[in-house]
Design a protein around this ligand. Structure first.
Ligand code: 8IG
Length: 279
């Protein structure tokens, strides 16, 4: 007998349930854009806009609780211009032991709640020569080196698009152009997503550079894939918080990464604040 997936096993149904709960708790039935704040970007949260409401992710169901320092498990509702924005204060990662479906649950919930635009932020190591610590970089494309996909497993339910998602323009050229209108100095780069949680060896960084990577991190790629599968437009921005391994004298340190991110909170907050009403 071919049995239907139970709702508990179906990550799409779980996201719909979380979106319905979000609607009930906020009294807002549809949202327009979602922003996911990565490591250090939380310091920019206040600068992004006044919070109407803050909902603990634990109240929405389906969210594993993050374990990494600098991540707060809550989602804020903000209004920017005509747009109703969901601001996720932090994310969960594969390196915390989460399966890909859990890593992308926030993005799927936001899209189930109506969001057609997803803005993903992260902290990353800089590979490309000339990148400076504290510099935001628009992600133009990615190398998914996690070996995983949020679309692996049983096929999506019939009401969803095919799992064979086109990723030709994973990161919207239109949204990148809008961001560069706000800040013409913004660089663009290719983001390599690795499983982590360890940083790379210098040999791995040389390999990644050869593969065409400009940035390296441990997030974002799976969320982008999940968002594109559901037809949302994606803008992603890395904050370079350290030179990748072997490119600087000192070894990599998580506390330094967070400090570097905090020191440019005003700039990245202002960028997102100006950008959001235009999405
Ligand atoms: I912040 O250098 C940050 N996240 N994989 N490598 C990887 N992830 C990172 C790095 C880095 N810096």
């Amino acid at each position: 007998m071919i049995s239907a997936m139970s709702d508990a096993a179906d990550p799409f149904a779980r996201a719909e349930a979380s979106a319905a709960t979000l609607g009930k708790l906020t009294g807002v039935s549809r949202f327009d854009a979602a922003v996911v704040l990565g490591s250090g970007w939380m310091a920019a949260a206040e600068a992004i806009g006044a919070c109407e409401q803050e909902i603990p992710l634990a109240d929405l169901g389906g969210f594993p609780l993050p374990t990494v320092a600098g991540h707060t498990p809550a989602v804020r509702y903000l209004v920017k211009g005509d747009l109703r924005v969901l601001l996720f204060l932090g994310r969960v990662h594969m390196y915390e032991g989460n399966p890909p479906a859990s890593v992308v649950h926030g993005v799927r919930t936001a899209i189930a709640a109506g969001c057609r635009t997803v803005v993903l932020t992260n902290a990353a190591g800089g590979i490309r020569a000339g990148y400076e610590v504290g510099q935001p970089v628009l992600i133009s494309d990615h190398l998914n080196l996690t070996g995983r996909s949020p679309l692996a497993g049983p096929p999506p339910p019939d009401r969803y698009p095919s799992r064979f998602t086109d990723l030709t323009e994973a990161y919207s050229a239109r949204l990148r152009a809008l961001a560069r209108e706000e800040d013409p100095t913004l660089a663009e780069g290719v983001y390599a997503a690795l499983p982590g949680p360890h940083y790379e060896t210098p040999a791995e960084i040389r390999m990644l550079r050869g593969l065409g990577a400009d940035l390296v991190g441990m997030s974002t790629a799976l969320e982008t894939i999940a968002a594109r599968h559901l037809g949302a437009e994606v803008l992603a921005i890395s904050l370079v918080t350290n030179p990748a391994a072997g490119l600087a004298a000192a070894p990599l340190d998580h506390a330094e990464v967070l400090a570097a991110a905090r020191s440019c909170a005003a700039r990245i907050g202002a960028l997102l604040s100006a950008l959001l009403p235009r999405l």
